[in-house]
Design a binder for this molecule. Sequence first.
Ligand SMILES: Nc1nc2c(c(=O)[nH]1)N[C@H]1C(S)=C(S)[C@@H](COP(=O)(O)OP(=O)(O)OC[C@H]3O[C@@H](n4cnc5c(=O)[nH]c(N)nc54)[C@H](O)[C@@H]3O)O[C@H]1N2
Ligand SMILES: Nc1nc2c(c(=O)[nH]1)N[C@H]1C(S)=C(S)[C@@H](COP(=O)(O)OP(=O)(O)OC[C@H]3O[C@@H](n4cnc5c(=O)[nH]c(N)nc54)[C@H](O)[C@@H]3O)O[C@H]1N2
Ligand SMILES: [Mo]
Length: 716
Amino acid sequence: MDSLEALKKAKIACPETGIEIKHTVCAICSPAYNCGVNAYVKNGKLLKVEGMDEHPRNQGLLCTKGQSGRGYVCREDRILTPLRRVGERGEGKFEVISWEEAYAEIAGRLKAIREEDGADAVAFVGGYNKWHRPWLRRFAHSFGTMNYGTESSTCMTAGWMAWKIATGQLAGPDMEHCDLLLGWAFDPSYSGYLKARTAERQRSRGMKVIIVDPRVTPTVEKMCDLHLRPYPGTDGALALCIGNILIENGWVDQPYIDRYVHGFEQYAAYVKQFNSSNIEKLTGVPYEQVLKAARMIHESRSMAINENSAPIPHHKNGLQNYRAIMALTALTGNYDREGGEKPTLHTFTHQIAGFTTREDEFADGTEPENDKPVVGSARFPLWFHMEREMQLVDLPRQILEETPYPIRAMFALGFNYRMLPEDKQAKEALRKLDFFVNADLFMTDTAKLADIVLPVCSSYERGELMTYPGQYAWYTKPAIDRIGKSKSDAEILCELARRMQLGDPELEAGYEKNIEFIISNLDLTMEELKKSDVPLHVPGIRPAKPGERLEKGLLTPTGKFELYSELIASHPEWGLDALPTYCDPLDDADPESYPYILCSGGRLPNAIHSRLHKVKWLRSMRLDPTADISEEDAKAMGLKEGDMVELYTERAAITVRVKPSYRIKKGVIVFYHGYSEADVNALMSQKHVDPYSGFPAYNSTRCGMRKKDTDEKIRN
Ligand SMILES: Nc1nc2c(c(=O)[nH]1)N[C@H]1C(S)=C(S)[C@@H](COP(=O)(O)OP(=O)(O)OC[C@H]3O[C@@H](n4cnc5c(=O)[nH]c(N)nc54)[C@H](O)[C@@H]3O)O[C@H]1N2
Ligand SMILES: Nc1nc2c(c(=O)[nH]1)N[C@H]1C(S)=C(S)[C@@H](COP(=O)(O)OP(=O)(O)OC[C@H]3O[C@@H](n4cnc5c(=O)[nH]c(N)nc54)[C@H](O)[C@@H]3O)O[C@H]1N2
Ligand SMILES: [Mo]
């Protein structure tokens, strides 16, 4: 091989090979972890990716998912053009159409439905990707409806609601300064490696760690001083018992409570019932260990609790459990204190970067007056009161039952119906719609059900505003040519707004002009942002000092940390409790027939939701859908690694392989969502959900398991 060939083969960027390195962003996972990437590009094509050293967040690192960027962006089923359905719904038969034709048809159908049944007959829905949300929200409002909702109906929001109920705003752990990390459902090894890195660094400077997790995780094995192993969804009882022990022993910060906490008396009276007599029965954790945890909390100068997007809220009692856990920061005087929980506001697309923008003004600038109740608002009034958007979990029901009024069309960006519980019902609902548009990168099971499918581009092919903790902002540039005729979501919405004559000049002005408005409160111009190839530090921001919020008064009705929520108390018609009360998490299926607890939380290093199972390199790391079960249950059923079983509930059955493991607690089955061939959400119930937040009980649903003797292909 001559030297030029060798350079080409190794994909070395240099004039001889014509390969260039361009900075861009990997947007495969949540924006907080959207790492900077060096894209190796030739003739507009992506050849290779690696972590970007100059990026303040990942500093050259990249996770398994990010490393697969090329496989993801160039997946074989990328949608290349707008498509119109010609076959039956779900059959996957489409004809190619132009953007003009697509826009004309979408505009015509949506306007006709609005004329016939009003704007509320159309629902606007966003999937996991968050970057386009302020535009989609505004588009829905300008169209005339509040029926806008997203995947965050099942992710993160419940935790934020818990914080807002207690303190009026969001909060995050000050891990940099804490003595003790209370890692509640904390295993960022696969779900957020940058958080794992911070925790490891702090651990080496002496931070103590308590982990509360039913599984033995890499985090438990690497960095934990005490591991509590409750059954899924019993966290509230455990937290209330810790609270009780702290109070009984005088281990609380009484002067802090007297000054800054509301409802302590009621809380103290309530938690008495969680004690040595019942806590092991309720949670599976021996009382001595709970006592030990309480003692460690008492002996630590400061304690931070990680925030949590999924495993704590994914239960029937999830939001209340979250509140019970967060109450511990108030009892110990750790809210708005160094090394405790830092109050904060979001910056842009749900990210917390240490400054605020005018995003909310933009997103909510055209909110309509609407007389019909927003989807999900009757079933989940607290959710609607706090979020002012649809609770997506109730959308399939409303489409199917047509109560309180029919929803006839859906316009979606990256919607995946399999994210919802009892997703057969969601699929049926999509089939029933008169008109359904979905925009995605890939021809997914959901896209196959659409009337019009729009091709969107990836973060490698678009420019977008990104913000990062530490007060960073970045305006990325496209690194590669767009694949097929794809466009960015924001472009689609702005073009469609023009085409539909929505009467919204801001939206019609386009993404870049909108960003100019959104950052116009900052000491940073669009030109400066666009000139920079790396994230810029936003100047002139003074970080809040610990204690400032407490002194100013919290943004709650009482100005204090509310253990007893005056917001909830002032709405008796909601039928919700003002204290963080506890109830058993499981559904009422017969325990004899369904003896296991199905916990479909916990992330895989090689997958994100429904998206990476089709990237071959990643799939090779875990070829078949596989449930992790306990060694005890495997032994009792005569199961060994690789054997096939059927997992079933009253609603459905799926076939998976098993992997017996010491990591799993007896009686618990851990299986991962996102597989179309073994779709765990078919097993879930649309009714077994949290009445406070509407979040589904993905992590605590009763199920059965039986051995399958054949080695047939896995399917459902
Ligand atoms: N059983 C169970 N169910 C769960 C969970 C669980 O733990 N267990 N977790 C819940 C949680 S926390 C979440 S976040 C959800 C996951 O929420 P989902 O929305 O199901 O996430 P994805 O599977 O990533 O699907 C998002 C879709 O968006 C597409 N997409 C990616 N980027 C873009 C883009 O820029 N624009 C557009 N238009 N589309 C794009 C992807 O190709 C994909 O088809 O699932 C929830 N469901
Ligand atoms: N690789 C990868 N990374 C991801 C994702 C992905 O799909 N794949 N998804 C992203 C998204 S959208 C989200 S929401 C986050 C979620 O990320 P995380 O919040 O880290 O959630 P999980 O990994 O589901 O669960 C963390 C731990 O909680 C434990 N756990 C489960 N149920 C309970 C419970 O009831 N009580 C307690 N105490 N512990 C419990 C699990 O055993 C697990 O070890 O990950 C993000 N990152
Ligand atoms: Mo999530």
